[in-house]
Design a protein around this ligand. Structure first.
Ligand code: QAP
Ligand code: CO
Length: 179
């Protein structure tokens, strides 16, 4: 198992559309295990492969309090949505920011499990919201696309500033400091 690096908004790589997994094999299962480790360590309740720079349609979710109910969605598709729900959402790729997003309250979805077996799930509330949030990632969308442009811009500016401070410019980085 390995913990993977998570891309941060506004990284352009988060805007790619992810490709379907053609065959669920050991390499796919390794990715799923690494994504679960990364999500639990964060900690988070959902993670899409695109967030760890793998543009494949793979999602892991665990909304349980005990963190013992991992859900793996490969090539997930929403079949039906109904109702409306407002929820405060965050994202491991938008650290430190939470905003209210309106989505369908109830969904029916289909996906492959970690053995490549198809299954369907009918769900509502937090799990339904989380699945919609993660499937958005697979199509290059982020929760900040569902809020006002002004709020999105403010978040982008703050995260860009954080990233500049975390990674000093080339003139500074690698330069040895006097002791
Ligand atoms: C998506 O998000 C989600 O800002 C999963 O500093 C979230 O796991 C769907 C996290 C809420 C529905 C409702 C965010 C961790 C985790 C942060 C996450 C942070 C540390 C977010
Ligand atoms: Co997210």
């Amino acid at each position: 198992m390995a913990k993977l690096e998570i891309l941060t908004f506004p990284d352009a790589r988060l805007r790619r559309s992810a490709e379907p997994v053609e065959k669920v094999d050991d390499k796919t299962r390794q990715l799923v295990d690494d994504m679960l480790e990364t999500m639990y360590a964060a900690p988070g309740i959902g993670l899409a492969a695109i967030q760890v720079n793998v543009p494949k349609r793979v999602v892991v979710i665990d909304i349980s309090d005990e963190k013992n109910a991992p859900l793996c969605l490969i090539n997930p598709e929403i079949l039906e949505r109904s109702g409306e729900e407002q929820m405060d959402e965050g994202c491991l790729s938008v650290p430190g920011f939470y905003e209210t997003v309106t989505r369908a309250d109830r969904i029916r979805m289909r996906a492959l499990d970690r053995n490549g077996e198809p299954f369907e799930l009918d769900t509502d509330g937090l799990l339904a919201v989380c699945i919609q949030h993660e499937i958005d990632h697979l199509d290059g969308r982020l929760f900040v696309d569902h809020i006002s442009a002004l709020k999105r811009q403010r978040i982008r500016k703050k995260l860009e500033k954080d990233q500049r401070q975390a990674a000093p410019s080339s003139t500074d980085s690698g330069r040895r400091r006097a002791i």
